[in-house]
Design a protein around this ligand. Structure first.
Ligand SMILES: NC(=O)c1ccc[n+]([C@@H]2O[C@H](COP(=O)([O-])OP(=O)(O)OC[C@H]3O[C@@H](n4cnc5c(N)ncnc54)[C@H](OP(=O)(O)O)[C@@H]3O)[C@@H](O)[C@H]2O)c1
Length: 302
């Protein structure tokens, strides 16, 4: 099969398409023919070698956590899926070595979910990592419905899902985004949109921080809650605010629930562009440059 291989850590031009063996599913696994693979910041960090010290995955490696595609083979113990089923999954490449920038991907069946029926299969690759991250971060909040949530990076992949899922949970969203993203955030359900320089002090009960803006904690009331997903720039505790980190985990049941929200129209999946596997380096450069709205999705050449 064709895969995007990383043979040495470094700049985006280290990524190149090459022949690579089709992975073999174990008894609890499914083999997926890839329709789309989402590009995430963690892929850029892994490519640059930033996770080399705490990941056992060795070079050469296939990058990518997000996959949407069709099941082509199931392991002997798998009952949930059958060949032909459209599915989505988050492979957690850094831990499992199962990269999704490839024609075929193997994942454990219990971390996969049926794909949404209401959007194109390739585009569904924009959901798993960012959607699970957003939903799991929101679970750490104890803010009751009607409370105000400050969301940084609200126009980003994770932030956009945090906004929508928070609104679905009955929270009022105060979004921090670039000035040009105000209309987008209103569409996603934010009540008010501010920039990083105009965050009102103490206005929110809680914060979900996705942009690496630790100073945004100033927008949280005394004794509130702050959840960060950016471990390199955590907010420091102040004024009795409970600060916690959140790290995404594989969860097929939760992913299936998010798919349900997509199909009922509660959750919008935003895709900026589909690019061929051969343009993986360009996708990495574009994501690093900022300004991408919606996820870049890599698709195999057919
Ligand atoms: N802990 C975990 O498990 C976990 C899981 C997923 C992601 N992450 C991390 O979370 C972060 C976000 O991921 P993502 O996929 O959502 O990335 P993303 O799609 O690139 O979103 C980041 C957003 O933050 C915005 N932003 C940055 N600085 C800003 C500022 N000063 N004012 C307003 N907006 C600003 C960016 O806008 P521009 O594009 O205009 O710069 C972008 O819209 C990354 O650092 C990623 O590594 C962690």
């Amino acid at each position: 099969m064709r895969a995007v291989l990383l043979s040495a850590f470094g700049e985006p031009d280290r990524l190149a398409t090459a022949e690579w063996p089709v992975p073999e599913p174990g008894p609890d696994d499914i083999l997926i023919r890839t329709a789309g693979a989402g590009v995430n910041p963690v892929d850029l960090q892994t490519r640059a070698g930033q996770h080399a010290a705490h990941s056992k995955v060795e070079l050469p490696m296939v990058l990518g956590w997000d996959v949407a595609g069709t099941v082509v083979e199931v392991g002997a113990r798998v009952r949930r899926f059958a060949p032909g089923d459209p599915v989505v999954a988050m492979s957690a490449q850094m831990a499992t070595g199962r990269g999704t920038y490839a024609d075929h991907v193997v994942v454990a069946a219990d971390i996969a979910a049926p794909a949404p029926r209401s959007i194109a299969l390739a585009d569904a690759a924009a959901l798993p990592l960012a959607g699970l991250t957003a939903d799991q971060a929101l679970d750490l909040l104890d803010t009751p419905p009607g409370g105000t949530l400050l969301v940084t990076g609200a126009a980003g992949a994770v932030g956009g899902f945090v906004v929508q899922l928070a609104v679905a949970r009955g929270l009022r969203v105060l979004a921090v985004a670039r000035a040009r993203d105000e209309a987008l955030l209103k569409e996603l359900g934010a009540e008010r949109v501010v920039t990083d320089e105009t965050i009102p002090r103490g206005a929110a009960d809680a914060l979900v921080e996705t942009a690496g803006l630790p100073g945004a904690i100033a927008g949280v009331r005394d004794g509130g809650t702050a959840i960060s997903i950016v471990p390199t720039r955590p907010p420091l505790t102040e004024r009795g605010i409970d600060v916690r980190m959140s790290f995404v985990e594989q969860d097929g049941t939760r992913l299936a629930r998010l798919v349900g929200l997509v199909d009922e129209g509660t959750l919008t999946v935003r895709v900026a562009e589909r690019l061929d596997f051969s343009a993986a380096a360009e996708a990495h450069r574009r994501l690093a440059a900022g300004g991408v709205r919606g996820k870049l999705v890599l698709v195999p050449a057919r």
